[in-house]
Design a protein around this ligand. Structure first.
Ligand SMILES: Nc1ncnc2c1ncn2[C@@H]1O[C@H](COP(=O)(O)OP(=O)(O)OP(=O)(O)O)[C@@H](O)[C@H]1O
Length: 314
């Protein structure tokens, strides 16, 4: 379990992380999401004792990192895959890590097997590809068989095979009862991997929720109605607005209606004599729900153009 208590980090007058209080529990994968510069890496670095909080604290299994006698046995982290001596072989790197943490040397070979690097164990880590480096970093994180693992952007630059492997690994670690805390910008991947989500923006907690609850809360969950006659659709739109049902144009022959069922929309159109060719429900993706939620917290982003269609009144 990881506990953050009023965790705060300031750089000059800039607050990188502001008063974060939360618990990241065991037995599940918790995704750590937020726009660029939101404070994810800073938070993870404070959990690992690499940055000192300005105030508040981060606890691993109830204790600050600095007080852990053998930290690698409590928490393993992949924060920077390049933080490996390039001249050392993968095996030598893991042996050195094991030695300083009171872990038997043979454990290095076990984790190399787990991450699929046994055949290159004697090769210099500096000659590794990005994906191999990520795997070696993960081997280091697993070395002490810790109850808590933390990965900062673990799938960055990985091929589809590597992405799938990491997904399975994280799910497996959580199923074994471990705490798995992972940051990522890949929402499609988080939708498949995470159970729980912690979302921050500009250093502050935006929400803590489950993947399912976030998706269900999205206004993108809607009914899409498509028809061949725009005049009819405009009539339908006007009626919906009379009833204060949120509806907007998706394209010139498609409406997007929130808060009514497919059956209700079909019946309304039938009663009004509006021809429809398709009526179906649309579920938001995690990405859509996330974009809505964090729209106000994006510091570094390009403005999107907004398309207008007849009848939107916008
Ligand atoms: N050593 C530092 N000195 C000054 N400012 C810093 C330092 N480290 C981080 N920051 C600032 O703190 C803020 C949070 O950065 P952080 O890297 O934690 O964000 P992030 O959520 O991990 O971003 P990304 O998704 O882009 O990796 C940023 O505005 C960053 O510029």
């Amino acid at each position: 379990m990881i506990t953050l208590q009023g965790l705060t980090k300031r750089y000059g007058d800039q607050t990188a992380v502001g008063d974060l209080s939360l618990t990241i529990g065991a037995g599940k994968v918790t995704g750590f999401l937020g726009p660029n510069g939101a404070g994810k890496s800073t938070t993870m670095r404070m959990i690992m004792g690499l940055d000192r909080p300005t105030s508040g604290q981060a606890l691993v299994g109830g204790r600050p990192y600095a007080e852990l006698a053998y930290p690698l046995r409590e928490i393993g982290a992949l924060l920077d895959a390049k933080a490996v001596h390039p001249g050392r072989s993968a095996r030598a790197h893991l042996r050195a890590l094991a030695r300083t943490n009171g872990i038997p040397a043979r454990r290095g070979d076990e984790v190399l097997e787990t991450v699929g690097l046994t055949s290159v164990a004697g090769r210099r880590a500096g000659s590794f590809s990005l994906g191999m480096g990520q795997r070696l970093g993960i081997a280091g994180a697993l070395l002490g068989n810790p109850g808590v693992v933390m990965f900062d952007e673990p799938v960055n630059g990985l091929d589809p095979n590597g992405v799938r492997w990491i997904r399975g690994l994280m799910r497996g670690l959580a199923a074994e009862g471990r705490t798995v805390f992972v940051s990522s910008h890949l929402m499609s991947e988080m939708q498949l991997t995470a159970d729980h989500l912690v979302i921050i923006g500009k250093g502050r907690l935006i929400t803590e929720t489950t993947v399912q609850a976030l998706i269900e809360s999205s206004s993108v969950n809607a009914v899409r109605a498509r028809g061949p006659e725009q005049e009819g659709l405009q009539k339908l739109m006007a009626r919906l607005h009379e009833w204060s049902v949120p509806a907007r144009w998706e394209s010139h022959n498609e409406l997007y209606i929130t808060g009514l069922t497919v059956d209700r929309v079909s019946d309304m159109a039938y009663e009004m004599g509006v021809r429809l060719h398709e009526v179906r429900s649309v579920e938001a993706s995690l990405e859509q729900a996330y974009m809505e939620l964090t729209a106000d917290s994006v510091e570094f982003g390009a403005a999107f153009g907004h398309q207008q269609y007849p009848g939107t009144g916008a």
